[in-house]
Design a protein around this ligand. Structure first.
Ligand SMILES: [Zn+2]
Ligand SMILES: [Zn+2]
Length: 339
């Protein structure tokens, strides 16, 4: 019997533990992926910490790069040996009403998330619905690029849908795991990029990644500082603190959009300010597999790189704790199996 190694969560709130189990056979419309690398994302805390309706044991991980090593019945578009990525989106059926309207992210039949409602990539092997697969360019290193499957797509896809045109002012709020990628994408998309962060210690890095301007939120009213630059056509909120998001929202310019890409709970924004500017608050779902593919191709073409701290699969708990500490520079990735 062929076996696989996995770092699984035995119960909500429990530590990750190493498991050896039989390699699963792909079901209908599924493929099996031999995992090369998997990023560790803050959203993995849903699985590790527990959320309503989840079942255990569960293997986290939704920033996966690997190689197809078996295909199930009904899969015609993918063959063994193809390099693929799997992200947060677990796939889409293609025939429900939302899918038929092109809103595959809201598929009515395939719901949940990779590594949350189905097993993910903290393992040598995983199953994925064929519709959840993105092609990975051969030039991209698996360990270096795994975070593009969540942190990357989340920032790239929101930025290309934020309404800003070339040369317009776009603020990237937060210079961390998401923000350091957001700055690179925003610069390559042709925006005038302002990085916004607490303190000055990340200013040089932000500028080296492509930021044209920098606002230190501790030294002045950040919204006023953004307005002084002309007001933002878009603000990409990558921070996890609602109060910080609210403090910057007034920096939107005319027709500006505050793009929310992560859960921060309830937000309070001044409706009068929105009205005067015809501004908006908009959330953006990270994206589906084809958006991942676009993200990977764009990143390869423009040499966009995630800065990562790398751990072996068996040290997933250490890696996870490091990610939760908020001190990693900037993403944490598990090196799984590159044989
Ligand atoms: Zn994620
Ligand atoms: Zn559907």
């Amino acid at each position: 019997m062929a076996t696989m190694r996995a770092m699984s969560v035995p119960a909500a709130g429990a530590k990750l533990r190493l498991e050896e189990r039989a390699v699963p056979a792909p079901g209908r419309d599924e493929v099996r992926v031999h995992v090369q690398a998997c990023g560790v994302c803050h959203s993995d805390s849903m699985t590790v910490g527990g959320a309503p309706g989840l079942t255990y044991p569960r293997i986290p991980g939704h920033e996966v790069i690997g190689v197809v090593d078996a295909v199930g019945a009904g899969v015609t578009a993918w063959q063994g040996g193809t390099r693929v990525g799997v992200g947060w989106s677990p796939g889409a059926c293609g025939h429900c009403t939302n899918c038929r309207h092109g809103n595959l992210f809201a598929c009515e039949n395939i719901q949940g998330a990779t590594g949350v409602t189905r097993d993910g990539g903290y393992a040598t092997h995983m199953l994925a619905h064929a519709s959840a697969l993105a092609r990975v360019p051969a030039e991209l290193d698996a360990v270096e690029s795994a975070p593009l499957l969540c942190a990357g797509i989340t920032t790239f896809n929101a930025l290309r849908n934020c309404g800003a045109g070339a040369g317009e002012l776009v603020a990237i709020h937060g210079v961390g795991g998401l923000g350091h990628l957001g700055i690179q994408f925003a610069a390559r998309l042709g925006f005038r990029v302002v990085a916004v962060n607490r303190g000055r210690d990340k200013e040089q890095l932000a500028r080296s990644l492509g930021a044209d301007e920098y606002i230190d939120t501790t030294s002045a009213d950040p919204a006023a500082a953004l307005r002084a630059l002309g007001g933002a056509r878009a603000i990409l909120a990558t921070v996890t603190d609602a109060a910080a998001v609210q403090a910057l929202a007034g920096g939107l310019g005319v027709n500006g959009t505050l793009m929310v890409i992560g859960g921060v709970g309830a937000l309070t924004v001044d409706s009068i300010d929105l009205l005067r500017k015809r501004a908006a608050v908009r959330a953006w779902y990270s994206g589906t597999s084809v958006d991942s593919e676009d993200t990977l191709l764009f990143s390869e073409r423009h040499r966009i790189r995630s800065m990562n701290e790398v751990y072996p699969l068996e040290q997933a708990q250490v890696a996870y704790d490091r990610m939760l500490s908020g001190k990693a520079r900037f993403r944490v990735v598990l090196r799984v199996d590159q044989s």
